[in-house]
Design a protein around this ligand. Structure first.
Ligand code: ADP
Length: 559
């Protein structure tokens, strides 16, 4: 009995007084009966009752004092009533009474201690619950309390039936994951949730979660997998349908009980990122537009510059050629003067070549091949930059990094651009495969997307260089295109510019590397570039490798 705990201080005080008075009276009575009557029995044992009454009114030290007082009274009674005829029996009775008093005091003190701990724990629990409630209510982001016990039971039943691969089960039973959403019951939400969903009151939101989820959302299966695997947390991106039908993109955080119980009150945090996503999309579109415009401007400037600068040497070549013809047609032909004209033509042709070389150099003028770069890390960064393009194309990117790949010395921005170009080209090539297959198989999307995997591997064929391969599972390189792949302006895409691979090769070569292309024996294309390793001590920065300017860019490497 926890007398007085939880009651008001006033009524507790009254209780204490009442129990204190009763204990005092009972103590006096026991003392009187024990001392002044001839009852031959261990009357003093009744002090136990006094102690029990006092325990309701006194703190621990008080109980100990009352216990000591009862013991003293019992001994006093014994001495007063048996002073003259002390015998073993009455001494034993007194001893029994004393033992009872001592044991009871010890038990009451322990009980008191446990009660105090219990009360303290209850208080802490109540305070924690209050804190949680106020955080739940006042949080500026959406919080839901949901009952997942139906889902947990269903998953346990599946496990008992021998289903271990939940993903395969979901694939074999379309609509199963969505059906599980009807077993999740929302039991409470905060005001931020009402605001998020545009709901008028809680009643609109409480109940099965199903109606707020779109028909197809992989997040549901991911959350089920997290529960099935016994994880203590699930985080992911999901979509929600608001009360007015808007589709929201949200980030979900679910704290899952790790002990198998407590699934009836799972807390789910939801952050609305719809606006952020839209801004991001707009930003990416603007960036893509800007990049296109910049490339077009560069090309324009490049063409104008080539045209302007080549005009003069070409004009001189034509004049010298005409003069040469005239000297040769003379009778007799003036071979000496004609030879001089041809020499001038050779000189002007060389100059034209140098102009083309220099103008090409403008394309990669940012290339600062003096940075130490960790290529696996650069690949990860490029993959992150293309995350959206990959998911939009239904493609995945796998990486395969060999151990101990040394850093390279090159231009970070340049190589990043090369990786982005090669990966984007692979995506285009795979999208075309999907379209073809789709057409062949009656637009059966699954067939196309299943193969859409890009693999970027980084290794070091020898200690002096690092090799990066970008392998796609796309159309592959057509035989008739192979020789012109790296030519500027060569493209087979209706919206292509045909500058991507040419610029990639210039960038790689300007940092002392090579870029080649081939078809993979299992289908798709492999674009591979090598870059010199940054060996300690640092080797001198490689100067741009001159490539023959008058000749077209090197052709694709044969398989
Ligand atoms: P663009 O992408 O603007 O066409 P690029 O220079 O990047 O310019 O590519 C030139 C051409 O090379 C492409 O139009 C395409 O025909 C071919 N190509 C590039 N990458 C691949 C690839 N991964 N698979 C097949 N063909 C490719």
């Amino acid at each position: 009995m926890v007398a007085g705990y939880g009651a008001s201080p006033e009524s507790r005080r009254r209780n204490e007084l009442r129990f204190g008075a009763l204990a005092f009276l009972l103590g006096l009575t026991v003392f009187a009966v024990d001392t002044f009557t001839d009852i031959e029995s261990a009357i003093a044992v009744l002090y136990v009752l006094v102690l029990m009454l006092a325990a309701n009114a006194l703190p621990r030290a008080g109980i100990v004092r009352v216990g000591a007082g009862c013991a003293v009274l019992a001994v006093l009674s014994f001495l007063l009533s048996h002073w003259h005829d002390m015998d073993v029996q009455s001494a034993l009775r007194c001893g029994v009474s004393l033992a009872a008093i001592l044991i009871t005091t010890a038990l009451l003190v322990r009980d008191h201690l446990s009660r105090a701990l219990l009360v303290r724990a209850n208080g802490a629990l109540a305070r924690s619950e209050k804190r949680y409630r106020s955080m739940f209510e006042q949080a500026r982001f959406s919080l839901w309390e949901q009952d997942f016990s139906g889902v947990k039971d269903a998953l346990d039943a599946l496990r008992a039936a021998g289903v271990t691969d939940l993903a395969a089960h979901a694939q074999a039973n379309p609509g199963w994951a969505r059906g599980m959403a009807s077993l999740i019951v929302t039991t409470n939400v905060n005001d931020a949730t009402l605001e998020l969903l545009g709901a008028a009151d809680r009643a609109e939101v409480l109940g099965p979660l199903e109606r707020f989820l779109p028909a197809e959302d992989p997040a549901m299966l991911d959350a089920l997998l997290a529960i099935h695997e016994g994880r203590d947390r699930f985080e992911g991106r999901a979509r929600l349908i608001a009360a007015d039908g808007r589709v929201l993109t949200v980030l979900l955080g679910i704290s899952l009980p790790d002990d198998g119980i407590g699934f009836d009150q799972v807390v789910v945090g939801v952050v609305d990122i719809t606006q952020r996503e839209r801004t991001q999309e707009a930003l990416l579109a603007a960036q893509a537009e800007l990049a296109r415009a910049a490339r077009a401007a560069t090309l324009g400037a490049l063409s104008a510059s080539i045209a302007h600068e080549l005009n003069q040497p070409l004009g001189a070549i034509v004049l010298n050629a005409q003069a040469c013809l005239r000297w040769l047609r003379r009778d007799p032909p003036d071979i000496d003067t004609a030879s001089k004209a041809v020499e001038r033509m050779v000189r002007d042709s060389k100059r034209a070549g140098e102009i083309v070389q220099r103008t090409r150099g403008m394309l990669v003028k940012d290339a600062n091949c003096d940075e130490i770069i960790d290529l696996p890390q650069l690949v990860e960064e490029a993959a992150q930059l293309l995350e959206r393009e990959l998911s939009a194309g239904g493609a995945t990117l796998a990486t395969d990094f060999a151990d101990g790949v040394p850093p390279v010395r090159a231009s970070r921005v340049g190589l990043q651009q090369v990786l982005i170009n090669l990966i984007a080209n692979g995506l285009h090539a795979m999208a075309e495969t999907g379209a073809e297959k789709g057409a062949e198989k009656g637009a059966e999307m699954g067939a196309g997307t299943a193969q859409r995997e890009l693999t970027v591997s980084v290794d070091s064929p020898d200690p002096a260089q690092v090799r990066v391969s970008v392998r796609d599972r796309g159309t592959g390189i057509a035989e008739e295109h192979r020789a012109r792949l790296f030519d500027p302006f060569f493209t087979t895409r209706p919206d292509g510019m045909g500058m991507g691979l040419a610029i990639c090769r210039s960038t790689v070569e300007s940092c002392g590397g090579t870029l080649t292309a081939r078809n993979h024996e299992e289908g798709g294309a492999v674009f591979e570039f090598t870059i010199p390793a940054a060996a300690p001590p640092p080797s001198p920065v490689p100067s741009p490798v001159p490539s023959p300017t008058a000749a077209p860019l090197p052709a694709a490497q044969e398989d």
